[in-house]
Design a binder for this molecule. Structure first.
Ligand code: FAD
Ligand code: NAI
Length: 505
């Protein structure tokens, strides 16, 4: 009886302590304190972007030593790995975004956040020009500011290869509004198919969803669509659900080339069970209003009718990045993106521009993992840079003193101090960036995920239900804030209990 009472008390006490600490952490998060003001004596870092690279940089940077200005057309960070879940309503859009101000308001020194699109970087004059192109603008909506250092993290845009009709008729899966648009269009396809008297042929077309690109985005999205169909649409559209067809089109001989062979085979067999058709060695040549033109492996070209096309065919550099690179024709010749050195320095900019993430061309894949490690590294390197600048200033100051001091003893002492500072400066080295690969994960639908994880000197491949829970916990812990973690976790529970919403906004 005594043991039961003790267990009972321990339970209630731990529950109270849990609620108390949750309340304390959230309250502390919601009421950031007073920050140091802008200091004209300090150097100014201008950060372009609010994605993986930029947010990781801001999270890690010690702002005591710098003034920081962030410019991005979106005033939030988007957790891209969970974007396909938003597209089918498993998660709410707001659960995977986090205001940039949430990050900057917790920094030691106030950071200026400007919601605007950078349009031009002038490398020679070290300035950046940007415009507010949102719906509501003030009297001033375009301006140019100088920088001492530029952290360039504008990511990439969707690659269309100039294929006709892609921009007009396909839906992308890159930004939050893409996922929201896809959800609306998909439900529209269903409602139009349910229109009274619709012909069988037209129903078949409207319910055929074509996903272009067998990279992780296309695969994850196909898996999410399948879950939506199995777990919800069969209940709410019983007469249509069996007619829904998902086709994944990939130009290469295999989907998911970055995964091990075993996991590729596992994905292909899971998709087969899920009745998701995979067409490999098939190239989309044109996207039309009601069909896609495909070049099949035997080179024949067909028109495949469909209700909607989701384009997940990779990335290309943004126009502003091409413009920036064109200013340095000698140093920037790689068409895939900005060439950086192992310190993230953009070649040819003499230490004034640093680039991270998808806008760069490095030996690493364009992933969130790489961008966030690069951003965090760069922030740590900036802390080192301040120490180096202080040492340089000390050397200059001591050199001046030595030249001015007349008294021999005193000059000797200062000379010794100067030699010491010079030795320290010569030894001072900022460590280069090293990438630590944490593994590659992807969700493939039906509560299954695949993972290629580094293990000893090789890798460990796993797929299935357990990997799915690993996938979920890995992304839950990677989310930047307690708020996002709580929202995502409750969304998962909400979907499990109530299912996904089929109301079309
Ligand atoms: P982004 O995160 O794209 O950020 C670019 C930022 O720059 C944005 O804030 C944008 O608004 C801003 N910007 C754009 N133009 C301008 C401008 N002119 N001026 C100023 N700012 C500008 N990677 C993984 O490792 N794991 C995953 O599971 C994974 N899943 C993904 C799922 C999807 C659906 C997608 C699309 C990508 C996924 N990725 C994943 C890839 C990952 O999202 C990218 O590699 C990562 O976002 C790159 O970070 P970044 O900072 O370079 O660019
Ligand atoms: P991707 O570049 O990885 O894949 C695009 C695919 O589309 C390619 O396989 C390409 O062959 C194919 N393609 C291109 N044009 C085509 C056409 N006309 N017809 C048919 N197929 C065509 O792009 P994705 O999936 O958007 O990924 C971009 C980056 O983000 C990658 O580096 C990826 O690793 C990363 N990412 C990682 C995820 C994860 O780790 N789970 C999830 C999503 C993205």
């Amino acid at each position: 009886k005594r043991a039961v009472t003790i267990a009972n008390r321990t339970f209630w006490l731990s529950l109270l302590a849990g609620i108390g600490s949750f309340y304390y952490v959230t309250k502390k998060d919601r009421t950031p304190g007073v920050q140091l003001p802008h200091d004209p004596q300090k150097k100014t870092i201008v950060v372009l972007g609010s994605g993986w690279g930029a947010t990781s940089f801001l999270n890690t940077l010690d702002t005591t030593d710098y003034n920081v200005i962030v410019i991005s057309p979106k005033n939030f960070f988007l957790f891209t790995p969970l974007l396909p879940s938003v597209a089918v309503g498993t998660l709410s859009p707001r659960s995977i975004i986090q205001s940039t101000r949430y990050v900057t308001r917790h920094k030691t020194r106030a950071v200026e956040v400007i919601e605007a699109e950078a349009q031009h970087v002038d490398v020679a004059n070290k300035t950046v020009s940007f415009i507010d192109n949102s719906a509501i603008q003030g009297e001033l909506s375009a301006t140019t500011i100088p920088y001492d250092y530029l952290v360039y993290a504008v990511g990439a845009e969707v690659q269309t290869f100039g294929i006709p009709g892609v921009t007009e008729h396909a839906c992308f899966m890159k930004e939050l509004h893409d996922a929201e648009k896809m959800q609306r269009l998909f439900l529209d396809c269903l409602e139009s198919a349910a229109f009274h008297g619709q012909s069988e042929e037209e129903i078949k077309r409207l319910l055929h969803i074509v996903v272009v690109g067998g990279g992780p985005t296309g695969v994850e999205l196909s898996g999410e669509l399948h879950d939506f169909l199995e777990e919800d649409l069969k209940s709410w559209y019983p007469e249509l659900a069996d007619k829904i067809k998902i086709t994944l089109v990939e130009a290469l001989p295999s989907v998911l080339p970055m995964f091990s062979k075993r996991l590729i085979e596992y994905t292909v067999s899971t998709f087969k069970e899920s009745k998701i058709d995979i067409l490999t060695q098939t190239m989309v040549k044109e996207v039309k209003d009601k069909s896609v033109k495909l070049a099949l492996p035997d080179k024949t070209v067909i028109d495949m009718p469909c209700g909607m096309v989701i384009w997940a065919a990779g990335n290309r550099g943004r126009a502003i990045t091409q413009d920036l690179m064109a200013q340095l024709p000698g140093a920037q010749t790689n068409k895939r993106g900005i060439t950086i050195d192992e310190y993230m320095e953009m070649k040819g900019t003499n230490g004034s521009i640093f680039a991270v993430g998808d806008c760069t061309s490095s030996s690493h894949a364009p992933t969130a993992q790489v961008a966030s490690q690069q951003g965090a590294y760069l922030a740590r390197a900036f802390a080192q840079r301040v120490k180096r600048d202080d040492l340089e200033a000390k050397v200059t100051e001591l050199e001046r003193s030595v030249a001015m001091i007349l008294h021999d003893d005193e000059r000797k002492k200062t000379q010794d101090e100067l030699e010491g500072a010079k030795r320290q400066l010569a030894k001072f080295k900022i460590r280069p960036f090293t990438y630590s690969h944490q593994g590659t994960l992807a969700y493939i639908g039906s509560d299954k995920a695949i993972a290629d994880l580094p293990f000893l000197n090789g890798s460990f491949a796993s797929g299935g239900f357990l990997t799915f829970y690993f996938w979920r916990s890995a992304y839950l812990s990677t989310l930047f804030s307690l708020r996002n973690r709580t929202l995502v976790a409750t969304d998962w529970v909400r979907t499990k209990i109530f299912g996904r919403d089929v109301a079309r906004e």
